[in-house]
Design a protein. Sequence first.
Length: 274
Amino acid sequence: MATYAIGDIQGCYHAFQALLTRIDFDVTSDRLWLVGDLINRGSGSLEVLRWCFQHKDNITTVLGNHDLHTIVVAHGIRKPHRGDTIQPILDAPDVDELLTWLRHQPLMVANTDYAMVHAGLLPAWHIDQALGYAKEVEQALQADDYPQFLTHMYGNKPNRWDDDLTGHDRLRVITNAMTRMRVCKSSGALDFDFKGELADVPKGLLPWFDMPNRASCHQAIIFGHWSALGLQQRDNIYALDTGCLWGGQLTAMCLETKAITQVPSDSRDNILKV
């Protein structure tokens, strides 16, 4: 029995299947931890989502920004972006079943050894606090009136955490941190503009995981989202998005051994050009 954490799949179905073969994934005993962004941008978004739904007893996944975007578009709250590959999901006869399942996935998970979130955690948040904040968003997503949350989910403000935040502002900051964040200002405020490589982080900004006195630094954290960051295994930080959809690799890390397994992108997934 083994557990493998896998970086952003983003609809790269053929690379995903190749990685499962490479790690000799055993559906009867092994488990997958998926860092979110299961879908969108690769040509196999529907196939990836159906595979995950079919094997839901074998996987733990968190929601990424592309997963949330798909749910929002499906409800007519926003239009698809150029380059989206979610139309086959929206046209599928099982779309309601698939997206209901997706909507009920967590924003963050943790056990005694690892925590997992799609993008990151704000520097002031301890792991237990962050799990509680994630639960607030999960409850909003799973409530009967969840379209209200989706309608107010987007926006870059507020851009910092305050314990006194309430309502949609509070939920928006939590969602933005956990699904969109890469870097922060020294004040702890979120910056949504920078998406480049680690060496090019502008002065005055720091990767969220390098923020001084980060409250979650003693917990091993698995995340994705930042493809330009590439594979990182250091200081309790495990970044697994290695840009498969851009022609990079799809990466798995065995949680028991921290061993890395990678497969190259597959042209059948209609990978994007950098």
